[in-house]
Design a protein around this ligand. Structure first.
Ligand SMILES: Nc1ncnc2c1ncn2[C@@H]1O[C@H](COP(=O)(O)OP(=O)(O)O)[C@@H](O)[C@H]1O
Ligand SMILES: [Mg+2]
Length: 262
């Protein structure tokens, strides 16, 4: 079964086609990676799929249902969750509070119930807290609940982002550069967490520059260049595709290509 299908997606900013007729189909239980040089449209594709941008063309289906044009909260309710390329952490809130922010879409009581001390409120707070703790444990942050988030090391902050996205109990998780800026040990942590997430039945879409991580963990890799699909295949197919190596060479010079595909 396809968890996510996007057909013929396009979006332009000014005159620039940031995403140009891109189609993807992601099967349940996969790690599906999207790679490409800087500015090739990876984050824009995430923004389209997660409802932040409305496509100029094309359609999106989540678990077989058309969801084109739905807002991020509506997609979240249907099981799609994401992290952002730049850390979105509230550094003065605790670790637990940061994750509880990610749970809000599951809460049915509104502000009136809160004001009236409706009986369901404490019960929901407890459920939210429990789900947040479970998400923290999955991200390797058990026991860090009460620390100010700002006191965590960088690698732990990247994992806190993942915990927050997990707190909404998604079926499909979009990770935008989860290992960016991480050292090899922190990247290894991210690798392990992604594998555990997939084992729990969550489908993962990964945008990541660390080619070792991408090649190790992906079932399929979709390559973008200048907003268009260059190719898609298994890690072995993509690694040995001259057009892929050329796309990286053209933009970044030989260093990144060598590092990426050695
Ligand atoms: N909101 C926006 N307004 C204008 N241009 C944008 C916007 N979002 C993305 N772009 C442009 O789309 C292109 C792809 O950007 P992006 O998706 O961030 O690339 P990547 O994530 O692959 O590095 C870039 O040229 C970028 O400047
Ligand atoms: Mg990006």
């Amino acid at each position: 079964m396809m968890v996510l299908e996007a057909n013929g997606l396009s979006i332009s900013f000014g005159g620039v086609r940031a995403i140009d007729d891109v189609s993807i189909a992601i099967a349940s239980g996969q790690v599906f990676s999207i790679i490409g040089p800087n500015g090739s449209g990876k984050t824009t594709l995430f923004n389209l799929v997660s409802g932040i941008y409305l496509p100029n063309d094309g359609n999106i289906r989540l678990a077989g249902e058309t969801v084109t044009g739905l807002a991020p909260e509506q997609l979240a309710r249907r099981g799609l969750s994401r992290t952002f390329q730049n850390l979105q952490i509230f550094s003065r809130m605790t670790v637990l509070e940061n994750v509880m922010v990610g749970r809000h879409r599951h809460e049915r009581t509104g502000i009136m119930a809160d004001l009236l001390h409706w009986p369901s409120v404490p019960r929901q707070n407890r459920a939210t807290r429990d789900a947040a703790r479970a998400a923290l444990a999955r991200a390797g942050l058990a026991g860090e609940d009460d620390r100010p988030a700002g006191s965590l090391a960088y690698g732990a902050l990247k994992r806190l982002e993942i915990a927050r996205a997990l707190a909404s109990e998604p079926k499909l998780l979009l990770l935008d550069e989860p290992a960016a800026g991480c050292n090899p040990v922190e990247t290894q942590d991210i690798d392990r967490i992604i594998r555990a997430i997939v084992k729990d039945g969550i489908t993962v879409v990964l945008v990541e520059h660390d080619m070792r991580l991408v090649m190790n963990i992906s079932d399929r890799i979709h390559v973008l260049a200048s907003g268009r699909t260059l190719t898609e295949g298994t890690p072995d197919q993509v690694r040995s595709d001259p057009a892929v190596i050329q796309a990286y060479l053209g933009v970044h010079g030989s260093q990144e290509a060598v590092r990426a595909f050695d």
